[in-house]
Write a protein of this length. Structure first.
Ligand code: IYR
Length: 224
């Protein structure tokens, strides 16, 4: 049983609450997924702070089943690009079902993933379906984790928001399958790639598709 202590919580006045709610909405509304990066470096301190922020996310039984691997090394980025392109070439050449390709077509994506080399930094989010502990006798023990996808999904959302708030551009990329990341990044067997996030600044000529978010009425149901 944990020790429990009094919560520190400051109630804001209503005007301040409204102001903050709108301010955050206006900020997040401006986030766009970016596929055209500038090679300009990003301060590692910003990345570190964003990862610390992601690490504050709630998780099943507070097991924090995530690991964030930061790659800025050009040789490793190149290996990741080549491996991702190899998979994606097959995906676009027929491994993706036609329906999927049709859904993707308006985005204009293809198997070329040069952003994996151009972006100054890649954050690879790994999920841990179980933890590993070595007991006193030296035997490796598996500790089951709960709500792993939900937990790592929430932490990734917090990470994207933190990076955006810090003035950095991101792309949520999921090359498929992603097993090559475990190998290239030399991760233990209980870490599975979850999301690959190139981070940096947009290139001067970056373009984004004219897409719209669903309206409030499409996404919300209010039951009073
Ligand atoms: N992972 C592939 C395909 C892809 C899939 C979805 I769903 C997207 O929203 C975008 C791309 C790729 O990166 O090209």
């Amino acid at each position: 049983m944990y020790q429990f202590f009094p919560l520190e919580f400051t109630r804001l006045d209503q005007d301040e609450q409204q102001r903050r709610a709108l301010e955050f909405y206006e900020l997040m509304k401006r986030r766009r997924t970016v596929r055209n990066f500038s090679p300009d470096p990003v301060p590692m301190e910003l990345i570190e702070t964003a990862i610390r922020t992601a690490g504050t996310a709630p998780s099943g039984a507070n097991q924090q089943p995530w690991r964030f691997v930061v790659v800025s090394n050009p040789d490793i980025k190149r290996r990741i690009r080549l491996a991702a392109e190899e998979e994606e070439r097959e995906n676009y050449a027929g491994r993706f079902p036609d329906k999927w390709l049709q859904t993707l077509a308006p985005l204009g994506t293809d198997w070329h993933k040069e952003f994996l080399e151009i972006a100054p930094c890649l954050i690879v989010v790994f999920k841990m379906d179980y933890g590993l502990r070595t007991d006193a006798s030296g035997t490796e023990e598996k500790i089951k984790h709960y709500y792993v996808n939900e937990s790592v999904g929430i932490a990734s959302g917090v990470l994207l928001a933190a990076l955006h708030y810090s003035g950095l551009a991101t792309l949520t990329h999921t090359p498929n399958p992603m097993g090559f990341l475990t190998e290239i990044l030399n991760r233990p067997k209980n870490e599975k790639p979850f999301l690959l996030i190139p981070v940096g600044y947009p290139s001067m000529d970056a373009k984004v598709p004219d897409i719209a978010k669903k309206t409030f009425d499409e996404i919300a149901v209010i039951i009073e």
